[in-house]
Design a protein around this ligand. Structure first.
Ligand SMILES: Cc1cc2nc3c(=O)[nH]c(=O)nc-3n(C[C@H](O)[C@H](O)[C@H](O)COP(=O)(O)OP(=O)(O)OC[C@H]3O[C@@H](n4cnc5c(N)ncnc54)[C@H](O)[C@@H]3O)c2cc1C
Length: 236
């Protein structure tokens, strides 16, 4: 009897916590946090401070727009803190093209973002043809800082919805509400592709591979997939 009461209380508690974190569009429009006069209103909200989010932020900044970038990580370019897992970029850092034409050279630079600041070029950060991924993380954070981009870190946005008045509503992980006229999703598209076949539960995905070569000592390794990740792993 006591156990079933306990289970019922636990169930109600879970339901209420879930309810508090789940937003179904039922918004109190008199909530002062939700009108357009508060600091939590921005005309443009960009979600994600990877290369894509930072690049659009640069143009919004230069156009004098009212914008903010929300990034769930503690810095910019967090994708590259983990990937590529063998820690060298697969995008080339072509420093010497044989030409002096800046536009031509920039088109051969696979890593730099567009800006007016010539110090912000990956060719100036590394001489390696395939630079360490950590250098790109440094570059992206310098890009955000030097260009005064408005990035709010440690902010994981969720439950983005469109209100009846046409504005967008979203919340961070602390359930602080933000309102925006336009939302630009720059959260990347990288999710592990896990094909299912008999035995697939025994396979390590690229995202979990050990990079310590001792872990492979004396083992036969079969790599399934011959895209970038497969080649990178084979080379390692
Ligand atoms: C395994 C692998 C290796 C790769 N290696 C390279 C490489 O060497 N060179 C290269 O040029 N490209 C590489 N790419 C491609 C690379 O992912 C893209 O070029 C680039 O990172 C895409 O930039 P992005 O800004 O669109 O997304 P991302 O770089 O993925 O940035 C998305 C950002 O959004 C944030 N975010 C996500 N959800 C939320 C949320 N709810 N709230 C707030 N913030 C959020 C993330 O923390 C992240 O910082 C690789 C891709 C893969 C899958």
């Amino acid at each position: 009897m006591q156990l079933s009461v306990f289970v019922l209380v636990l169930f109600c508690l879970c339901l209420s916590v879930y309810g508090n974190n789940k937003h179904d569009g039922s918004i109190k429009h008199d909530d002062p946090m939700l009108n357009t006069e508060t600091p939590n209103y921005k005309e443009y909200c960009v979600i994600g401070a990877g290369p894509g989010g930072l690049q659009i932020a640069y143009f919004l900044e230069n156009a004098g727009r009212d914008y903010i970038v929300f990034e769930k990580g503690y810095g910019a370019g967090t994708f590259y803190l983990k990937y590529p897992i063998h820690r060298l970029l697969i995008s080339i850092n072509k420093r010497n093209t044989g030409k002096t034409n800046k536009e031509f050279n920039f088109r051969h630079d696979w890593n730099s973002l567009v800006s007016h600041d010539e110090s912000l070029q990956m060719t100036k950060y590394s001489k390696d043809f395939f630079p360490p991924a950590d250098v790109l993380v440094q570059y992206l954070n310098d890009y955000a800082t030097k260009l005064n981009l408005k990035v709010q870190y440690n902010s994981t946005m969720h439950d983005i919805l469109k209100r009846k008045d046409g504005l967008f509503q979203m919340w961070d992980q602390h359930n602080n509400a933000y309102t925006c006229k336009y939302v630009i999703m720059a959260t990347g598209i990288a999710t592990p592709n896990k094909p299912e076949f008999p035995g697939s539960e025994l396979v390590d995905g690229y995202e979990d591979l050990p990079i310590d070569l001792d872990e492979y000592e004396g083992q036969s390794v079969l790599i399934i997939g011959r895209g970038n990740a497969g080649h990178e792993t084979a080379q390692h």
